[in-house]
Design a protein around this ligand. Structure first.
Ligand code: ZN
Ligand code: ZN
Length: 269
């Protein structure tokens, strides 16, 4: 087994370890550094490449700190979906750093699978609806803002949560509530991290045909599939660009040559 040091605060190793064990990687959680200081976990939507670079930086630091060949880093983000901007969206990135070959392999999973939400509630009823919609007690709820004296991330008992919320509303007129997005208190996020780990395993299992490094995989879609009706090139993907993260070797993997006229800007503007 190859030991991989996973720099994480929130018990994600248990999610990732079984998936990567099948490839011969043994995940060891490490917390030598407070990753919150790397500007992580802001709850904001970040540019995807920034999120990837943060995960790679954590992986590199983990390998360096332990003098090991492999480090693993992760970075999650939450925010409005990239299409309509109305539903909550979660992107999870994992990156593994290979200090011997000096390169990283990353993989991601994303989707609307999240209960990310906040609310300033001024009645107990409104607050409790929010709590139930969020999936408490399986999903965690954070009561109050960090600077407020009643700020609490660890309430797990419904009766205690209810009493706490009602006491704060009685005293101040309102309570700030948010869903806890830490992986160990958020099963939706848990599932997304697992998907990212599966994508990572797939990536690590694919070897570059030019240099034999692990991590050969799709980096982009290539537009240009031809319209079945008029033969014009469309924006629809014709191929996947596969690339090696170490030597840069790339190949196109064909997806399809033709698409229905419904995807053609000339036939179906
Ligand atoms: Zn290569
Ligand atoms: Zn056409």
């Amino acid at each position: 087994m190859e030991t991989v040091y996973f720099l994480t605060q929130h018990d994600k190793a248990a999610i990732v370890a079984p998936v990567l064990a099948s490839l011969g990687y043994e995940i060891r959680e490490t917390r030598f550094l407070d990753t919150d200081h790397l500007g992580t976990f802001t709850g904001d939507v970040k540019r995807f490449d920034t999120q990837v670079n943060t995960a790679i930086e954590k992986a590199r630091l983990a390998a360096q700190h332990h003098g090991a060949r492999f480090g693993l880093g992760s970075e999650g983000s939450f925010g409005p979906d990239p299409y309509m901007g109305v539903s909550a969206w979660n992107t999870e990135v994992l990156a593994i750093w290979d200090a011997e070959k000096n390169y990283a392999v990353h993989a991601a999973a994303q989707g609307p699978l999240t209960n990310y939400a906040q609310l300033e509630a001024d009645t107990g009823e409104q607050a409790w609806q929010f709590v139930q919609r969020a999936g408490f007690p399986e999903h965690g709820i954070i009561v109050g803002r960090a600077e407020e004296p009643w700020f609490d991330k660890e309430i797990r008992d419904p009766a205690i949560l209810k009493a706490t919320i009602e006491a704060i509303i009685a005293e101040t007129g309102a309570v700030w509530l948010e869903t806890d997005m830490r992986a160990h208190r958020n099963p939706s996020r848990h599932a997304m991290i697992r998907q990212a780990a599966e994508a990572m395993a797939q990536r690590l299992a694919a070897v570059c045909p030019a240099c034999q490094a692990a991590g050969f995989g799709a980096v982009a879609l290539v537009p240009g599939a031809l319209c079945e009706e008029c033969g014009a090139a469309t924006q629809a993907a014709r191929a996947r660009r596969m690339a090696c993260p170490l030597c840069g070797h790339s190949e196109e993997q064909s997806i399809r040559n033709h698409v229905p006229a419904s995807q053609c800007e000339d036939c179906n503007p």
